[in-house]
Structures are given as structure tokens and as C-alpha cells.
Design a protein around this ligand. Sequence first.
Ligand SMILES: C[S@@+](CC[C@H](N)C(=O)[O-])C[C@H]1O[C@@H](n2cnc3c(N)ncnc32)[C@H](O)[C@@H]1O
Length: 293
Amino acid sequence: MVREKRFASIDGGELYRKLAMGDPIVVLDVRTEPEFVNAHVPGAHLIPLHELEQRIPEVPNSGIPVAVICEHGIRSVSACQLLAEHGFATLFNVNGGLSIWPGPLSAGPPSAEIGPHRHGIAPSSFLIDNFDLLPRGTALDIAMGEGRNAIYLATRGFDVDGVDADPQAVATARTAARRLGAPIRAVVGNVEDGTYIVPIDAYDVIMVFNFLYRPLFNDIRDGVRPGGVVVYQTFTSEQARLGRPKRPEYLLEPGELKKLFADWEVLRYRELVGPSRHGGPDRAVAGIVARKP
Ligand SMILES: C[S@@+](CC[C@H](N)C(=O)[O-])C[C@H]1O[C@@H](n2cnc3c(N)ncnc32)[C@H](O)[C@@H]1O
């Protein structure tokens, strides 16, 4: 009997682009743990193929697409067949697997949580949700890491600068941006020791995600042009009881961001404790979108 194929195929490049555009997708890696530890798609989750049947309840079946990846796209076909038999409707087999994956790679052990991408490739959902509030033009991403948010704005026509102190992260951001056809100017710079200085009145948008250095607040305010917008989201003091970061200098006080931009027009503000939009561990964050008068 020929089994009916009940899943689609996707190329690594297309999956990479979808993740970079913020599409919620669970990436499930069905290789062995040593293979995963050596290199994996950032944010992917590991369930080795031989354990999948027992561990199927761990795979979210809430309608979010699941993209299954292995080394060459062979084991992932068996995994897709198994998941399809268990009622998973939106399944993709990643053609050619990791061996031809065009995006960045991470190394290290798997995390216990299974959910769609957050860090690594997918942009912040706070940025996606508030995109329409941003005036088009130039943008600066401070402490951009591997550039997920900078790349997101670049794919949408912004002229984007990004800075981070970690040369490896900046190199990854540059490569990723080039591969996605979303050029950004990414520089290595430290915003704490004066090797990078935010230019004054230079940007329509300045964004900061998951980074806090209070002495920089004034520079951020000065760097935005009149009529421009700041987008800032990072952890609050509540985070200390949930996980890292725990040090008070890395955590916002309740209401702190709102106070900081009290003389600007606050377009959006939220403080929350809970999972990110598509699940995952609880985190405590505050986010603001504010327009400079
Ligand atoms: C948690 S990551 C957040 C990355 C990115 N904003 C995101 O949300 O994906 C924090 C980043 O801050 C960068 N960083 C830490 N101290 C810095 C400094 N003094 N100047 C510039 N970047 C810094 C780190 O290299 C790291 O990439």
C-alpha cells in the first residue's frame, strides 16, 4: 500500500525567510543529540526520530506549522509521516536538511521548552505587532545581537544600522542580512565604554530589545529625530524570580520606561508576566513605543 503524503516540503531558504519575517513556526529537529549539540537551526527543538512516537504530546498541535528537519531530509520524512498519522495538519519537511541550510546555526544542548522561535531568527513579536506605528526611514538597533529585528525592518524597506559589542554576533547578522537580501549596516561597538556613540537627531526609529544600560537612556532620546519613535522592550524586576537576567541593573523597575518617556507621546505601553505570544517559558517584560515631540 502506498501511504498518502500528508505534508508539504519546504526549502531551507524559504523556511529561513519565513522565520526572519516572524511567521510562527515550530522547528523540530529529529537528529540525535550529539548532532544537535554540534549545530542546529537557532531556536529549533530536539526530539530524536527514535523517541518521537513516545514524545509526540510534547509537539504543539495548535495549528502552528511544524517544520521538521534532519541532516539530509530523510529522517524528517519519516517524522512527518508519523506526525501526520497523529493528526498534525500543517507539516513541512525541510528539503535537504541541515546539510544545505542557508541560515545561521547555533551549537549547544537542547532546551526543555518546545515552541516557535523567539531568539535567533524570528523578530520580536512586540516589534511585529507595532510595526504600523513606525515612521518609515532610518532605524538603529542597539545591542542588536544577531540582528533579527534589524533584518526584519530592513526587509520592510528601512535603512537600518545595528550595533553590538559581540563581533561574532555582528558577523552573523551581516551574513544573515546578505542572505536574506536585506542589507543592514552592522558595526561592532560598545555602547558602555564610548567606542560607539549614538548620533544625535539621526534616526526615525531607535529600537532596543533585551538590553539595559541606564546611562544610555539620554543618548537614545537624543538620537531619535523629532517625530521619530523609540521601541524598547526588555525585562522587568519581576523576571528575577522567573529566570535570568537577575541583576537589578539589567532589569527595569515597574513603570520605569513609561516615566522615562513621559514627555513623549506614548503610543503603546505594556508590562506583562507570562509566556510569549506562542508559548514558551514565562518572562516578565515591559515594552514601549513612544514618539518624540
Ligand atoms: C540578550 S541579547 C539581545 C540581542 C537582540 N537585541 C535581541 O533581542 O535578539 C543582548 C545583546 O547585547 C549585547 N551587548 C551587551 N553589552 C553591550 C554593550 N555594552 N554594547 C553593545 N552591545 C552590548 C550583547 O552582545 C548581546 O548581543
